[in-house]
Every structure is written in structure tokens, then in C-alpha cells.
Unconditional design. Structure first.
Length: 77
């Protein structure tokens, strides 16, 4: 979709999988997934990072911090 519509629309969300990776992955898994998605969706601009859905109640704080760090490290957040 980014290749086809990336110059015409903004992608909002999809920055991290809130059902599997964020609550159950390691902080490294979260960091890698967020950076990968930012790299894909933000290529050429047009991406607003968002987790889209609610963060699950028992999500480890370390995973949320890894998500924030990945956004900050991208230089876009």
C-alpha cells in the first residue's frame, strides 16, 4: 500500500502489534518491530506512529519503554 498510495495518503497507526509483540514479546522484539514499521511506513513521509488499539493491561513496562525508545531513535518522534 505504501508503494501505491504513499504519496497521496498518510498512514496512521500500525506501529506495533498490540496483541502479540507488545504484551508478550521481549523489549528487543518490540524495539525491532517498531523500528521496522517506522522505516517502511515513513519512507518518503506520511506516517503518524500509533499503536492503534489499547495497550493491554499486563503489558510489561519494559516493552512500552522499548516502543518509546524505538520511536525516539527513529528521529521522527
Amino acid at each position: 500500500m505504501k508503494k501505491i498510495y504513499g504519496n497521496d495518503i498518510v498512514f496512521w497507526g500500525g506501529g506495533v502489534d498490540t496483541q502479540k509483540t507488545l504484551p508478550f514479546g521481549t523489549p528487543d522484539d518490540v524495539y525491532k518491530q517498531v523500528r521496522e514499521r517506522i522505516e517502511i511506513f515513513n519512507r518518503g513521509g506520511g506516517f503518524v506512529f500509533n499503536a492503534v488499539h489499547n495497550i493491554q493491561a499486563k503489558t510489561p513496562v519494559a516493552n512500552m519503554l522499548a516502543m518509546f525508545k524505538a520511536v525516539k531513535d527513529s528521529g521522527k518522534g
